[in-house]
Design a protein. Sequence first.
Length: 250
Amino acid sequence: MPHPVDVAELKRAAVALHAGAFAMTSHTRLGMVGGDDLPAGLSLVVAGVAGGVGASTVALAIAEAGGMDRLWDVAPAVTSGLVGVCDRELGVTDALWREGRRGRLLVQRSPLDWSCTPGECPLPPQGDHAVLDAGWDVLSLRGARGWIAKVVFDSTTPVVLVSRCTVPGLRRLEVALELVDPTGGRDVRVAITGLPSKRWPREITQPAPVARLEKAGRVAYIPETKVLAMRGLDSQSLPAAVLAAVSNLH
């Protein structure tokens, strides 16, 4: 038997319908297409070359260290690395984005569920000085619909690509660099995770595109910390070493 629907739920449904964002269940998928418009106020996009490389950590560190106003999290909650980073929740916007505060940083999380695709994400609330955690890796976004993919491959938007320091990770990084900056004129930066220091392991050769970016001061090495490795991102402060490591990325 269907559950009773209260006035507040009806109001939210009406707002979602007007915005083109629709609720999805295991039985029904009605849309939520966000279109191809670029969101207003975006300063920087952070995208991993694969899952689990630390892109959310880099995005949060840049937003905090760079004094940004807001951080957009577009990943479905089940795959997001930013779910627990707020110290207080602020509720849901008219467009169903969930908002919270982490100190002065406004964190806005998309209404996508686990079954959604990037093209179904509605545009985020308007605002200035925003960092986008792209939610999906660069290679998965190639050819995808919607504004998230468009931003990642938009030549006018600065982008930070995140990779772990492994042979497979660096292969994907080289491919991702070619995809996001085929002409070499874009503001591209790279964050390398998984190195205990700036010295490259003997088993791994630094790719030539990364060497060129490092010479230009556009490569950052993000140290691993036991605290983050164990608990992930939460409402506690990021380690000072991580915040310092992203100083040339924002």
